[in-house]
Design a binder for this molecule. Sequence first.
Ligand code: PLP
Length: 418
Amino acid sequence: MSTNLFNEAKKYIAGGVNSPVRSFKMVDLPPLFVRKAKGKYIYTEDNRKLTDYSLSWGAIILGHDNIVVKKAVKKAIDNGLNFGFCHKAETTLARLIQTAFPSMELMRFVNSGTEAVMSAIRVARGFTKRKKILKFDGCYHGHSDYLLVKSGSGLSEIKQASSSGVPEEMVYNTISIPFNNIEALNEIFTRYGKELACVIIELIPANMGVILPDDKFIDTLLKLCKEYEVLLIADEVITGFRVALGGAQEIFGIKPDLTVLGKIIGGGLPVGCFGGRKEIMECLAPLGEVYQAGTLSGNPVVMNAGIAVLSYILSHKEIYKKMRDLVFYFSSEWKKLSIPLRFNAFSTIFAIFYTQDEVRSYEDAKRQDINMFKKIYIKLLKEKILFPPSCYEACFLSILHNEKDIERVLGIFSKNFA
Ligand SMILES: *Cc1c(COP(=O)(O)O)cnc(C)c1O
């Protein structure tokens, strides 16, 4: 049935999908067609009820049909879908975000993480009057042209885009180096430090599985940014309100110059947000010379969904401990079972790597056994467990997942390696 639906979709939609990972290409299966999502479950058109560990790529944290969020959205809709003018909910959501992210002294809402990153980088370049940007291999920051650069091209003068349609001129000012590699970091700053406008980083990378950052790596980065007056942009689109209330920056006790949020703060509706130090954000029009705008930015339905989610979270801070405990339970049981695969976890997020070797970078993550991943993925689906259909994605929990759910996942892995 999902094959039929997919064939029909392919007649009108390029590849049948509106985002490539949804195609299930990596696991050689027809994509899921979802009928509805409730709580921690996804219900498919072919009548399967799956426990969801993808959770809208991390955007859903309270479960799919949280009553408080639903009510807020319904109420907002009654008052009009978009105003194109200022309204109070924008300020309310900004205030809630600032409670958790004090580093975001001023912020602005946009419609996606991609757009927020793009705008943050523009303001960083406008503020510093510098051109070059530094990123890390395997960290994802949306699909704007100059961030689609081939990994490992950092030290080389010839930069290559990782996507066709992106001329090399667009990535000329982008440098990408391996994560957790202090040597490369020092080398790049020595060579280009004074030309760098910003470094953009997922402090806890969660788009190549989950990678644990070395303390020393983060410390060196902070030190170099300060020394060369390079702005630090923390991309917390996944980690914001996910690994802790105040994201990775709260855990590490750092104050990035700029922060990018998305996913959770929209409660499942399209959103992005960027913000940071006052003097930097004051470069934005109408205060300053950096242009940035959006017809649907600050959309009232989205803002009210965000307010509902964040109000809930802010008054139920214990949810993080609950999710962390669950991940800890997963990880300790995993060890007991001696499953010969890598399990990386940080706070409330985790990833299984289909390799026995340690995974500290994108290079390491690429050494996975894709056939093993496919084989186990099919078994998981058969047992009604929905992991993201790629071995480069993080797994997420909602506040509704429990030990029984985790035991079912563990059962499948242990049976496979018994
Ligand atoms: C999802 C994601 C983005 C892009 O957000 P979109 O809303 O998909 O454009 C950017 N950065 C990180 C870290 C992400 O996980």
